[in-house]
Structure formats: structure tokens, C-alpha cells
Design a protein around this ligand. Structure first.
Ligand code: GDP
Ligand code: MG
Length: 297
């Protein structure tokens, strides 16, 4: 039988920290989405594209739902709701290594209102044994009416191909939306800005992570050399945060730059000279113009 080409959009949904971004990266076998232990760190809707001989899947990572505190928060919730409506299928990710609880039920209830087919992915199975998994499979099944339920490990890349096959089954016949070689719709500058933000998230504490925005100003290959100059500005909301980011004798900024450079080198496949500067932009999270500048609306 000559099968038709299938394509469609798939939303990845779940409470913070369950492994949505890690899953996205394992689908595309490349680091695109940033990964952090801190909740509410995904700000953009990143699309990642997986090409198969007979299908193209476009994944949409979403910021998690939370109570909006500012313009940025409202913008994020809107983005999540729209995702529910627009996609052909949804992967609902829960953390199987923790108790499946209220946060998961809250999302399950939101999902009940839409007709899109849902696959429940029980993630982090590398952290639990078989009997615990059996219990979690049962608990998960009670959350809602799922098309399929599948245990996975996004980090160890277990059962990822199987999950992809389940998704393809749910997609309608359709065209190739993106060219074969494209793995994300994000411009390079945006991916790089996010890598830098990830290092800030993972190296700083308390209010600093959420006060940071990054803007890449220049990506410029040096003539005749395997070297690209990248310059970026890290914006903070207060002077005190500037001090924290620079650190004693500049060690913090140096470490952020070193770690980000490694990711950027992987992404661009070239040596990178990364220049980071820090600037203060008072209360940028409440400033619509600033939000646009950083690509958040
Ligand atoms: P998100 O907030 O849902 O996007 O979650 P992230 O992808 O940022 O991951 C949150 C944390 O869980 C990170 O520390 C990941 O390394 C970790 N993580 C994600 N998937 C797995 C997995 O399959 N197994 C284990 N052990 N850890 C995972
Ligand atoms: Mg994430």
C-alpha cells in the first residue's frame, strides 16, 4: 500500500520540571531548548522539526501554566492556551519518579476541554523500578482519557522512537511545512540568547534568574578562520543583580560565558569568541516595548 505523507503540529505540555525541554531535544537529537531545574524558565514557544521518510512532525514546547504576575506572565499563559487549540496531537508529560498529583490533575482538567488526542508520557523512568512504574501507569491512566500511555526517559533517550511512531499515527495526511535540513524555527541568534540565559538560570539563585533577558547583537564569522565572533548583552532589572552576575573579580560572568560558548560551538560547529556585557534595564518585565525587543510578544 502506498501510504500518504503525514504531517502536523504536536504540543508538549506538563508541569514545570517534568522534562519537556529535554524531550524536545531528544526528539531532534540536538540541543535547542534550554534545560533547567528552576520552574517557569521556558519563555518562547520553540518549534522543533522531526523529519521521517513518511512524515514531518513539528513540536511546540510551551511555557508552563502559572498565575500571571506581570505582562510577561500573561503573555505566557496566552501562549499555552493557544497551543492547546492549534495542534493535531498533544504529549502530556508527567514525572514518573515523583508522585502524580495536583499539578498534573490541573493540566489534565484543562486538557479535558479540548478534543485533540493526547498521549500520556511517563518520563524519568530511569529513576524508578518496574513495580513503581506499574503503579504510576495506573495512576496516570486515571488522570484523563488518553489515546496512548507510554513510559519514556527523555534524558537516557529510552522509548523515544516508539513515542514518535505513536505520534505519527495520530497525524493527518499533509505537506512538508519546513525544509528537510531545518530542525527549529528559531533564528540562531534566539537559540544562542537562550543558551546564555540557561547558564544564568543554572548558576544564579533567587530573584536573579527571572530578571534576566539576553539579546544577541552580532554573529560574525572571521574571514579566513574557523572562528565566529558572537556578542550579546545580558539585561537585568536592578544594579544589585548586575553585581551578582559579574561576581567576585568577574568569575561569575566568565563561567557563564565559558559554558555558553561550549553550547554555541556545538550548535554552529565552529570555534566561538563570545563577548558578554551586562546592562540594567529597570523593570523590563513590565515594559511592553522591552518584551518586544527580547522577542516575547
Ligand atoms: P521542563 O521544565 O519540563 O522543560 O523540564 P526540563 O527538560 O528543563 O528538565 C527538568 C530537569 O529534569 C532537568 O534537570 C533534566 O535534566 C531532568 N530530566 C528531564 N528528563 C529526564 C529523564 O528522563 N530522566 C532524568 N533522570 N532526569 C530528567
Ligand atoms: Mg522547559
Amino acid at each position: 500500500m502506498n501510504e500518504e505523507f503525514r504531517s502536523g503540529f504536536v504540543g508538549i505540555i506538563g508541569r514545570p520540571n517534568v522534562g519537556k525541554s529535554t524531550l524536545l531535544n531528544s526528539f531532534v537529537k540536538q540541543k535547542i531548548a534550554i534545560i533547567s531545574d528552576k520552574p517557569q524558565t521556558t519563555r518562547h514557544r520553540i518549534r522543533c522539526i522531526v523529519n521521517q521518510p513518511k512524515a514531518q512532525i513539528v513540536f511546540v514546547d510551551t511555557p508552563g501554566f502559572h498565575k500571571p504576575k506581570d505582562s510577561l506572565g500573561e503573555h505566557l499563559n496566552r501562549a499555552v492556551r493557544n497551543t492547546f487549540k492549534e495542534v493535531d496531537a498533544i504529549i502530556f508529560v508527567v514525572d514518573a519518579s515523583e508522585e502524580i498529583g495536583r499539578g498534573d490533575s490541573y493540566i489534565a482538567n484543562e486538557l479535558r476541554m479540548i478534543k485533540t488526542p493526547i498521549i500520556l508520557a511517563l518520563n524519568k523512568t530511569d529513576k524508578i523500578n518496574k513495580s513503581k512504574l506499574a503503579v504510576q501507569l495506573e495512576t496516570g491512566a486515571r488522570l484523563s482519557d488518553f489515546e496512548k500511555i507510554i513510559p519514556i526517559s527523555a534524558k537516557k533517550e529510552e522509548n523515544i522512537e516508539q513515542l514518535l511512531a505513536l505520534i505519527v499515527d495520530l497525524l493527518p495526511p499533509g505537506p512538508k511545512y519546513y525544509p528537510d535540513e531545518m530542525t527549529t524555527d528559531q533564528p540562531e541568534a534566539m537559540v544562542i540568547a537562550e543558551f546564555i540565559r540557561e547558564k544564568v538560570l543554572n548558576l544564579t539563585r533567587e530573584e536573579v534568574p527571572h530578571s534576566v533577558a539576553v539579546e544577541v547583537e552580532e554573529i560574525k564569522p572571521r574571514k579566513g578562520k574557523d572562528l565566529i565572533d558572537v556578542s550579546a548583552v545580558v539585561y537585568v532589572e536592578r544594579d544589585s543583580q548586575k553585581g551578582i552576575l559579574i561576581g567576585k573579580r568577574g568569575v561569575m560572568l566568565k563561567e557563564i560565558g565559558r559554558k555558553a560558548r561550549l553550547d554555541v560551538e556545538n550548535l554552529l560547529g565552529s570555534h566561538i569568541n563570545l563577548q558578554l556585557r551586562i546592562k540594567m534595564k529597570k523593570n523590563w518585565r513590565r515594559d511592553e516595548k522591552a518584551l518586544r525587543q527580547f522577542g516575547y510578544s
